[in-house]
Design a protein around this ligand. Structure first.
Ligand SMILES: Nc1ncnc2c1ncn2[C@@H]1O[C@H](COP(=O)(O)OP(=O)(O)O)[C@@H](O)[C@H]1O
Ligand SMILES: [Mg+2]
Length: 310
């Protein structure tokens, strides 16, 4: 059994403490300093650090212009319900993501937010799972229009969850090789009930940033993309790479209104979560989502999400 737990309100009160001059702290009871295993570090650690570079002359190649939502191409998505449980009509996962969605709405009541980057310290902690399911949950509520962006241009996976094409995507756009309408996708509502359920979702896949992902993520063109898209969407959710091994997520976060951090229960070490918070200190960290918690059957919630058919 597992559940997703958000600590947004707690993080907000911690930010108040931080503003008074103290170091940011993580909610101790949500983080296990004695976690069983650390996430595998799959990314190559940079040997030296340099300032993010702005890719020059891109705006001249493909001026941003206006976004016309009516010309966004429709794709026959084939989403994976196993990896997108928020697509179901009912069930425990729906409750968990509703709860996360409510916390996000509460955060917006405190301070206006539209674009939220989802990140974590290391790979495999659940960033893509949380960002995709949060986006779907938001898109199925109050007729909200949601843009989901795969900002992990190295290990992009969101197209797999949606069952669609991965190119052209954000990387090609930031490199000036594609226009905004060329990288956006909408579901073809005539292609089955799942596509119909995702009618309010627009998707930008990762594209292939490869070795250039760090430079691309530092491009001013990302902020311009968000400004261009903002009038047409209620929410913009951005998945990202882990922030400990690479700087891409920190770069993208500079253009977002808020950041949600993910920690995986029993996996994410306290020091890694702390380091992730520290890397993103210049951004508005809304709080942590504790992902894949294994409930004690005697204390677990009755609607705990059984994600892996145990
Ligand atoms: N709460 C969860 N329940 C079930 N599977 C999960 C959960 N969170 C993540 N996973 C799975 O764990 C793997 C890693 O998650 P992912 O979101 O890709 O991590 P990241 O984006 O941080 O690298 C994926 O196979 C994903 O489907
Ligand atoms: Mg991912």
């Amino acid at each position: 059994m597992s559940r997703i737990y958000e600590a947004l309100q707690k993080a907000e009160s911690e930010r108040k403490v931080e503003r008074q001059g103290n170091e940011p702290r993580l909610p101790a009871e949500e983080m296990s300093p004695t976690s069983a295993a650390a996430a595998t570090l799959e990314y190559d650690l940079p040997t030296s650090f340099s300032e993010p570079q702005v890719v020059p002359s891109i705006a001249e190649q493909h001026p941003l212009g206006e976004l016309n939502p009516n010309v966004i191409p429709r794709f026959p998505w084939n989403p994976s319900v196993d990896r997108l449980p928020s697509l179901l009509e009912r069930g425990p996962a729906i409750e968990q993501f509703r709860s996360l969605r409510s916390r996000v709405y509460e955060a917006r009541d405190i301070r206006p937010i539209k674009s939220i980057l989802v990140s974590s310290g290391l790979p495999q902690e659940g960033k893509s799972f949380i960002s995709a399911n949060l986006a779907v949950s938001l898109a199925r509520h109050k007729n909200s229009k949601v843009l989901l962006i795969d900002g992990d241009m190295r290990r992009y996976t969101l197209h797999e969850l949606l069952g669609t094409e991965s190119h052209p995507g954000l990387a090609e756009y930031l490199a000036g090789k594609a226009t905004v309408e060329q990288i956006m996708q909408r579901p073809d509502e005539n292609q089955g009930s799942a596509n119909h359920a995702l009618a309010n979702l627009t998707f930008i896949p990762g594209g292939n940033g490869g070795d250039k992902a760090a430079d691309l993520s530092g491009s001013a063109r990302f902020g311009e993309l968000l400004r261009l898209a903002a009038p047409y969407f209620d929410w913009i959710i951005v998945d990202s790479s882990p922030v400990v091994p690479v700087s891409d997520g920190v770069n993208l976060a500079r253009s977002c209104d808020g950041v949600l951090l993910v920690a995986r229960a029993g996996v994410t070490k306290y020091a890694v979560a702390q380091r992730a918070t520290s890397e993103l200190r210049a951004s508005n960290v809304l709080g942590f989502v504790l992902n894949a918690v294994h409930e004690n059957p005697q204390t677990g919630s009755y609607y705990g999400y059984n994600s892996n058919k145990e």
